[in-house]
Write a protein that binds this ligand. Structure first.
Ligand code: ZN
Ligand code: ZN
Length: 295
């Protein structure tokens, strides 16, 4: 059992407990804002479940009918997750619209807010674990999960403060207004999830800064070769696929050209984690004089 699996299971358990507490808080108060807070937790449970499926499925080694591996499995779960997030936001917006038309005072504000606050504390603790482990394992995905949870903790805190104000002042209208704000926050995170996974499904290139690093590595480790061109990159889950043409002097032996390729591959693999590299070797007649110049 690896640590990303343990963390995915932990997120699922914590998400479910927090979800239960938040629905109890909603049941106690009848607050639309607490309802929206609870639906936000449904999204977190769905995310954790999707991450778990992705970790299990994407880890399957390549086989005869999926020779490039199964890494894109996680994009499917992410798209599904994005759709769920949008549905949750629409449900909340509908409720807060009715709430605006006829604002109702909260039923049992104090017990509800205490239960919701407890859920917030559990979330904050797990958020700390995610950020801490993410830095220790150098996993940008875990750090991103931690940051996402952090924004949930902040918005839950905002809801609690707003509802306390509503309970003290009797401004019932605050409840649907807060719910609407939470819904907009949820829509925003749903949009980002969908955007990222569609980018992966469409074979988006690696970000410009990473591409620049790849060019530098090829240029500084390709001694003996003349140039590299037609560099292409794409990502699938945690894997990065890199391919390019390497131009060498026509009279160079196959074995010497292969040594250069191995050197570049080694250097690229230390720069880019989980890189899969394919190099096509060409004689100098194929030079384009426009690609990466080997120094
Ligand atoms: Zn070429
Ligand atoms: Zn080889």
């Amino acid at each position: 059992m690896n640590s990303s699996f343990v963390i995915a299971v932990g997120s699922l358990v914590v998400g479910s407990v927090v979800l239960g507490l938040k629905f109890v808080a909603y049941g106690l108060t009848g607050s639309i804002a607490l309802y929206s807070d609870a639906l936000e937790s449904v999204v977190n449970v769905a995310t954790a479940l999707a991450a778990l499926i992705a970790v299990r499925l994407a880890a399957h080694p390549p086989d005869a009918n999926h020779p490039y591996g199964h890494h894109k499995a996680e994009y499917f779960s992410a798209v599904l997750e994005g759709v769920m997030i949008v549905v949750a936001a629409v449900l909340i917006l509908r409720e807060s619209y009715f709430g605006l038309l006829s604002p109702k005072p909260l039923d049992a504000p104090l017990p509800g807010l205490v239960v919701n606050g407890l859920a917030g504390v559990i979330n904050a603790a797990w958020c700390w674990v995610l950020l801490h482990q993410g830095r220790r394992l150098r996993s940008p995905a875990l750090v991103a999960d931690g940051r996402h949870l952090m924004s949930d903790v902040v918005s839950s805190g905002g809801v609690i403060v707003g509802l306390s104000l509503a309970a003290v002042t009797g401004w019932a209208i605050l409840d649907p207004v807060l719910a609407g704000l939470v819904a907009l926050n949820i829509l925003w995170s749903g949009w980002r999830v969908i955007r990222d996974s569609v980018g992966g499904l469409m074979d988006e290139a690696v970000p410009a800064t990473a591409l620049e690093r790849i060019r530098e590595v090829i240029s500084s480790h390709g001694g003996g070769a003349l140039e590299a061109h037609d560099l292409r990159s794409r990502r699938a889950g945690r894997m990065t696929f890199i391919e390019f043409h390497l131009v060498v002097p026509g009279e160079m032996s196959v074995s010497d050209a292969h040594d250069i390729c191995d050197r570049i591959e080694q250097a690229l693999k230390t720069e880019v984690e989980d890189a899969v590299i394919t190099i096509h070797v060409e004689p100098e007649g194929k030079a384009k004089h426009s690609g990466i110049v080997v120094v």
